[in-house]
Design a protein. Sequence first.
Length: 125
Amino acid sequence: MAKVTLVFAVLLIALGLAGFIGTGSEHYTALIPAALGLLLGIFGALSFSPDAGRRKLFMHINVTLGLLGFLGTVMGLLQWFQMLAGRVSKNPPATESKAAMAILCLVYVVLCIRSFIAARKARLV
């Protein structure tokens, strides 16, 4: 799961940089996905530890960060669906970026939960 975390870290960093550059490098809040991606990358790298307890700790930190990322952007996802239905958004690039971050974070959290369940089942067998 640590490798998957690094993939999502890269995707979030790319999303943040694309949003920042795409808005003319004026809106620093566009870098929020990149900041979350950087944190996921750091803790993801630390989760490559051979110590199972340490690996578990860092993966739980990562899934918590992913969940906070989703909860912080879920309104952007809802606004994006409204935008697709024809409602005008004040800032379409921000709405799209928040929606993309929400989707990435949700997929990441679901993958982590599935991995945690599989690890627990394997431990019980």
